[in-house]
Design a protein. Structure first.
Lengths: 339, 311, 372
């Protein structure tokens, strides 16, 4: 029996192998020549293209670039749900082989696989983030999430009635920590006796867990809540069912989920990052730079929800604006946690 | 730290725990019938995802959460049927078929979502129904009697499952098929039929658990919405030693621990939050470990029934 | 043609029919997703097996699948349903990384074995806990392994964001949850330049043979299988059942832990988020496809690795949602595991035919089965 099975599987494999050789390989092994005018961009995402957070904000940035430059000038290919860096590595290498010129690996976990691949494709530009480590043909991008977080924190401190601001975090690391730390500092700056309460779901994608944690936050007194990563949409929705509570969103404007509850957003303008990388590449810089997203260069935008803008008193807006100008001018530096 | 462990906080923890227990309870009671009949279905997670999507989609289309419940039950029955077809009729290795079903359900729910919805979309789900009189009882009123209909359903299913399992002839047949299929067969009970029925019931309850997540809690759908809850439900069947009351105990213990750890985090007690997040898992293992005793399990669990020849 | 050849031939036909069935049903979903099934499947098969890149990528997946699968073989053979490999992989990875990064001055000759031992031991301890809980405290292994997976994941995240985080991540303020790189001298060598296939493959293949020898050629292995065949009978025969349960789970955990080690030393060179990559579950499928035989698990892991790679390539070639990959994988698993029935019961095909022609299909299955 054992031997039979073994031989059976081997035989099946052989057949598969033959069928593989017979079929024409869909992927060319040499980089395709494309006309010089057209830029081919590929994007690899850990989560989904429609997560209303990190992934979607980048997809929309690429689409905006495509729209501005013309569909015939920019080609965009996307692979999603590659949270596992091994599969992501295969996708990245395949894109490089197919002659894509700029490949965005939109996750901090892709740093190692990129280093591995970039050596073999010296003429291709790779970019990933959040990160800092670069190679001659790898850009690292790094949103200064704490800057917008600080402004949202000031807003929260001045708007809360209960005196408690809640954070529904995913996992205590990376961008979430930066953002949360910014919010905490902003709240402290905004009003001395307002508390910030941080709790984590322990998952990047458990929207049900995030919704429940938001409910717990609210029942324990928080009336303004924020949080990052794709799990946060569950929390936004939970707040959307209540009265008098507000959500502050980050990564992208999440007001479409709860139009009457999302007070303001920190929005990443990936379009500008993508444009910058395209320009640098045209000038012959294939990588090697650590690109930060900041309020100062406009890649991070602080944005009120227009529908609710009149709920924010003018003096609160003024305080936020002052802080924003101080950050932009460099007078104020929002600190990062030091362990 | 004001008033930590005040009575209000305590009530919030309990009420949240009751709500969190619902999906585990529904899925685990379903899986209990499945395992009692001698099959273990590791595909609960996949069925839950399909149920979650079906309930969400029907509610989105028609604006009726009730319809969402009905559609998810139908989809759950269908998924249970697939599992029955593979593991009962074709007598496939149950661990592998369950994992196959899990992958299929995860993939299909995500695919259908992308094809027919796409993007974050909200629905108006089930509303809490405060039961008159009872919800006004001090303390327990808010804990027990101000939830949505699926929460009540889940808790009512506990005694109901007990009655079905222990007091009806069908329940007797289920237990017989799971324990001594040969004997049951000799007495004219169709092993295959009972297992089909149990897998369909189990599928329906798992799908309902999924639907609870979308139309009873999140009011939206996202990829991997169950986030491992189906596997925990399976684990809780073992915790409950295949009895409805044991499953109730396990579900409540797990959920109360979860609700408690969220509150502890929110109230800002300073230690690594991971310790808080793993609390429910630790508590469940430890509770089972210290209560160990005579272990009983359906004797034919996991064994496809081969008639006549080898036992 | 001899009857034996006839048997093998029939088995291949059945397996191929099962694959065909899965692909046909999958084609319906592909059409639903408005893509061309023929083109999609062309990529799915030619991708992983058609060129150097595809083949090596398939083998990159084969290594962890095989190692996890070997652990599953040992645990299932001793009667334990171990679904805790996800957590055991993480335990192994973090153990290996901790040793690798903290002893970076030690020469590779010593450090590499130390890393493997550390990772294997961490996996073994994590698996052994479940074994011990079952043996001493009667805690069901499905419960404990499900719970231990979650606990391992949270502890792993804590370690890679906290005590073991790459110091550079802190100084640059990015705070990405990943450890420092392990020293380059212990990176597993690449077998084919320009690809990712690493010497972990050889390690896994050797281990498969060793597990085979252990289970079938040693008395311990024999007793372990005896425990799996029936613990009461084994107890009568004087076998210390409890001890063997712990041993089996420790070995299973150790194998999964080694899968974590080769992922660290061969692929990522550090511990990072998402490292276990679902291998804990797909490894179960690989082991069961391999008929719970260490050597059978080898081709099964290759097959399943090809499926993972091919389905993933499909996403890029025909532009379908990534979820389709899981649909196809799930269908292949369900069909292939069902087709097994026809191999065990050679005369069943005839019966099935009669059934198809005779009655309404599902409603009658139950009662008809008894009469046939």
């Amino acid at each position: 029996m054992k031997k039979k099975v073994l031989s059976l599987i081997l035989a099946a494999l052989t057949i598969l192998a033959f069928s593989g050789c017979a079929a024409k390989p869909a992927t060319e092994t040499t980089p395709q020549k494309t006309d010089a005018e057209k830029i081919r961009i590929a994007l690899v995402l850990p989560a989904t293209v429609d997560d209303m957070a990190w992934g979607q904000s980048m997809v929309e940035g690429l689409k905006a670039v495509q729209k501005n430059m013309g569909e015939d000038k920019v080609e965009v290919a996307i692979s999603e749900k590659l949270g596992n860096a091994v599969d992501a590595g295969a996708a990245i290498r395949q894109y490089a082989t197919q002659g894509y010129e700029i490949i965005f690996a939109h996750g901090s976990q892709y740093q190692s696989v990129l280093n591995d691949i970039a050596k073999d494709f010296p003429k291709t530009t790779f970019a990933y983030g959040t990160g800092f480590a670069t190679q001659p043909n790898i850009f690292a991008y790094d949103p200064q999430a704490q800057e917008g977080g600080y402004l949202l924190g000031i807003l929260a401190a001045k708007m809360t009635k209960s005196g408690v601001v809640g954070i529904v975090g995913p996992v205590e690391s990376g961008d979430a920590v930066k953002y949360n730390y910014g919010v905490q500092q902003g709240v402290a700056k905004g009003k001395a006796d307002v508390q910030t309460r941080i709790a984590y779901t322990g998952s990047f994608n458990d929207i049900v867990g995030a919704g429940n944690l938001a409910k717990t936050q609210m029942s324990a007194g928080a009336d303004i809540i924020t949080g990052s990563s794709q799990q946060a949409v569950g929390a936004v929705r939970a707040i959307g069912e209540t009265k008098g509570n507000y959500w502050l969103s980050t990564d992208m404007d999440q007001s479409s989920i709860a139009p009457d509850h999302v007070l303001a957003s920190q929005v990443y303008h990936w379009e500008k990052v993508v444009n910058k990388i395209i320009d640098l590449r045209k000038q012959g810089t294939l990588g090697g730079q650590h690109l930060t997203l900041t309020l100062a260069d406009g890649t991070i935008e602080f944005k009120y929800n227009e529908k609710l803008a009149d709920k924010v008193p003018a003096e609160v807006k003024a305080a936020v604006e002052t802080a924003k100008q101080e950050i932009i001018s460099g007078k104020l530096k929002v600190e990062l946690p030091k362990k | 730290m004001e008033g930590f462990m005040s009575i209000d906080i305590f009530i919030i923890i309990l009420a949240t725990g009751v709500r969190l227990a619902t999906p585990f309870l529904l899925a685990a009671l379903g899986e209990m019938f499945v395992q009692r009949s001698g099959v273990y279905n590791l595909g609960v997670e996949g069925i839950m995802m399909m149920g979650a999507f079906a309930g969400f989609f029907a509610t989105l289309q028609q604006g009726s959460p009730l319809l969402g419940i009905i559609v998810s039950l139908a989809i759950g029955a269908l998924m249970g049927l697939i599992m029955a077809f593979v593991s009962v009729t074709f007598k496939a290795e149950q661990g592998i078929s369950g994992i196959g079903l899990y992958m299929f359900g995860w993939g299909l729910s995500g695919l259908l979502f992308r094809l027919y919805v796409g993007g974050v979309t909200s629905i108006d789900g089930l509303k809490p129904i405060a039961i008159p009189m009872l919800s006004d009882i001090p303390l327990i009123g808010q804990v027990l009697f101000n939830h949505n209909v699926l929460v009540y359903t889940a808790f009512l299913l506990v005694p109901l499952s007990g009655i079905i399992l222990y007091k009806t002839s069908w329940g007797l047949n289920v237990r017989a098929v799971g324990n001594k299929p040969e004997a049951a067969d000799t007495l004219g009970v169709s092993v295959v039929k009972i297992r089909y029925q149990c897998l369909i019931v189990g599928g329906m309850l798992a799908a309902l658990a999924g639907a609870f997540l979308t139309i009873g809690q999140a009011n939206m759908y996202a990829d991997n919405i169950t986030a491992g809850r189906g596997f925990i439900a399976i684990a809780l069947v073992y915790f409950g030693r295949w009895s409805p009351w044991g499953i109730l105990l396990g579900s409540l213990l797990f959920s109360m621990a979860d609700s408690f750890q969220s509150m502890v985090q929110v109230l800002g007690i300073n230690f690594p939050y991971e310790l808080a997040v793993i609390l429910p898992y630790m508590v469940t293992i430890i509770a089972l470990a210290i209560s160990y005793g005579r272990v009983w399990a359906p004797a034919a669990l996991g064994k496809p029934y081969e008639r006549g020849t080898r036992g | 043609m001899s009857s034996k050849h006839n048997g093998v031939f029939k088995q291949i036909i059945v397996l191929l029919l099962a694959l065909l069935g899965a692909l046909l049903v999958g084609a319906l979903f592909l059409i639903l997703a408005k893509s061309d099934p023929i083109k999609a499947y062309g990529v799915m098969f030619s991708g992983p097996l058609g060129d150097k890149f595809g083949i090596t990528e398939t083998l990159v997946r084969t290594v962890p699948l095989l190692l996890v699968g070997l652990g599953i073989v040992i645990s299932f053979r001793s009667g334990i349903i171990n679904i805790g490999a996800e957590g055991q992989i993480l335990a192994g990875a973090i153990g290996a990384t901790a040793v690798g990064t903290s002893l970076s001055d030690v020469p590779a000759m010593i450090l590499l074995p130390a890393v493997f031992v550390a990772g294997g031991a961490c996996g073994a301890i994590w698996g052994g806990i479940a074994g011990w809980l079952k043996a001493r405290l009667s805690v069901n292994e499905i419960l404990s392994t499900v719970m231990l997976n979650q606990i391992a994941l949270q502890l792993y995240l804590f370690l890679i964001r906290g005590p073991l985080i790459d110091p550079k991540e802190v100084s640059y303020g990015t705070g990405v949850p990943q450890t420092a790189l392990i020293p380059e001298q212990i990176w597993l060598s690449r077998l084919v330049p320009g690809t990712r296939i690493h010497s972990g493959l050889i390690f896994a293949l050797v281990l498969a043979v060793l597990v085979y020898i252990f289970l079938w050629k040693t008395s311990r292995g024999y007793r372990l299988r005896a425990v799996g065949a029936g613990s009461e009978a084994a107890r009568y025969a004087g076998i210390k059942v409890e001890w063997y349960l712990v041993l089996a789970m420790a070995m299973a955990g150790g194998m999964a832990g080694l899968a974590g080690v080769v992922e660290v030393t061969g692929v990522h060179h550090r511990s990072l988020e998402g490292l276990s990559a679902g291998y804990g579950f797909s490894g179960i499928v690989a082991a069961l496809f391999g008929r719970l035989h260490p050597l059978g698990t080898i081709p099964a892991s290759i097959l399943f690795g090809a499926l993972l790679v091919g389905a993933d390539m499909m996403q890029r070639a025909v532009n379908i949602p990534a979820a389709m990959i899981m649909v196809i994988q799930g269908l292949v698993v369900l069909f292939v595991v069902s087709s097994d029935y026809f191999l065990r019961n050679p005369d069943s095909i005839v019966k099935l035919k009669a059934k198809f022609l005779g009655q309404k299909w599902i409603g009658e299955v139950g009662s008809k089965w008894k009469d046939s």
